[in-house]
Design a protein around this ligand. Structure first.
Ligand code: NAD
Length: 370
């Protein structure tokens, strides 16, 4: 197979480089064992880029990201850069990447592996086998709407203002991502808003309905008020397949869904932008967790969130569903065999390092591909 799959690796700070090293090992394994070759380049982002270039995202790195089929990101940030002004901090590099790549659809899966069912705070029968995907609108809504600010009204009184605003285009493009993803999964979408009390929510419902009628009638569509959605997620999360919602509700609902899985070290994510003429979307894949300065450099971090993010890249950017499935299955089997990094350690299990978790997953991949 030709080496035409271009990935930019931005390992970032803290545990970023450690967990991304395990992805590099899987990429080498795919080259050797599956005949799938990637053209991998590496760059600096966040604190590492500040130290080297004085900015959290250099122009050349951004150009490289724009020219890549997918970006794999580790994590950014750390105490060393915490005192810098907000626009110069490591996180600004991440926000710039999302903005410049136009990544408006944030995909946050919440999947409960059988071996970790007890790590959830919910009862095992509620979460066993859970596999849902939240698609959160990422670049619009109340976090970006104008006017915004704090006004002084005099007499010691102030007014804080944020504006919830969505256009037809913003709603349709993220709903399209959700419908397309549902077709690759269990073919069901729940759209969540507050159409009962918010005009932006009403427009959201109307536009999702219209798109569904025009192009996606084969997909099952349900509308739900976001407050009811929050309740239903805890009551019976397995009723959902794909949930699509706005930036604010998505922020909250995706964290709620994430906690069903029990550990930050297990959660992957993706952010997708517009498709090009060939249907390929700009995309960035990253674990949900941060740079974990408290354990950085100690070979303690759980690499699974990052490996599962890479599996998402295989599925959504490269159409390599079989290979994505192999990685997910390898993770499942290694956990089933009792191997645990410190963050998911449980009585009777075998505690291991980042590297040993990587070794175990590679060994399992060897078995699965034999
Ligand atoms: P964090 O996610 O880095 O860590 C929270 C806790 O979870 C820590 O105790 C950490 O040790 C643990 N943890 C996180 N990932 C783990 C893993 N893979 N394996 C084992 N344990 C893991 O969040 P924080 O402590 O609030 O933030 C630390 C830094 O990361 C800050 O500078 C913050 O701004 C940054 N941050 C970056 C991102 C990102 O790059 N997307 C996201 C969140 C936070």
């Amino acid at each position: 197979m030709p080496a035409n799959k271009k990935i930019l690796f931005l390992a970032g700070d803290g545990i970023g480089p450690e967990v991304m090293r395990q992805v590099r090992r899987v990429i080498d394994w795919m080259d050797r064992r599956r005949g799938v070759t990637f053209d991998v380049s590496e760059g600096l982002v966040g604190g590492a880029a500040i130290d080297q270039y004085g900015v959290p995202l250099a122009d050349a790195t951004l150009a490289e990201a724009l020219a890549s089929d997918a970006v794999m990101l580790g994590a950014v940030g750390g105490p060393k850069w915490d005192t810098m002004s907000f626009d110069k901090r490591p996180e600004a590099g991440l926000l710039a990447l999302r903005k410049e790549l136009g990544l408006y659809a944030n995909l946050r899966p919440a999947q409960v592996f059988d071996a970790l069912v007890d790590a959830s705070t919910l009862k095992p029968e509620i979460v066993k086998g859970l596999d849902i995907l939240i698609v959160r609108e990422l670049t619009g809504g109340v976090y970006f709407g104008e006017p915004r600010g704090i006004e002084d009204l005099g007499n010691g009184e102030k007014r804080g203002i944020n504006t919830q605003v969505y256009t037809t285009t913003e709603i349709r493009r993220v709903a399209r991502v959700a419908f397309e993803l549902a077709r690759k999964r269990s073919n069901k979408v729940h759209s969540m808003e507050k159409a009962n009390v918010m005009e932006s929510g009403l427009l959201w419902r109307q536009e999702v309905t219209r798109l569904h009628q025009e192009e996606f009638q084969d997909v099952e569509l349900h509308h739900m008020y976001a407050d009811n959605g929050a309740m239903q997620l805890i009551r019976n999360p397995k009723q959902f397949d794909v949930i699509v919602t706005d930036n604010l509700f998505g922020d909250i609902l995706s964290d709620e869904a994430a906690m069903m899985t029990g550990s930050l070290g297990m959660l992957p994510s993706a952010a997708l932008g517009d498709p090009d003429a060939n249907g390929n979307r700009k995309a960035m894949y990253e674990p949900v967790h941060g740079s974990a300065p408290d354990i950085a450099g100690k070979d303690l971090a759980n690499p699974i969130a990052t490996l599962l993010s890479f599996a998402m890249a295989l599925r959504y950017s490269f159409n390599l569903d079989t290979d994505a499935g192999l990685i997910e299955k390898a993770v499942q089997n290694v956990l089933g065999g009792g191997m645990r990094t410190a963050d998911i350690m449980a009585p009777g299990m075998a505690r291991c390092s980042t590297t040993v978790m990587g070794d175990s997953i590679l060994r399992e991949l060897d078995k699965l591909a034999a």
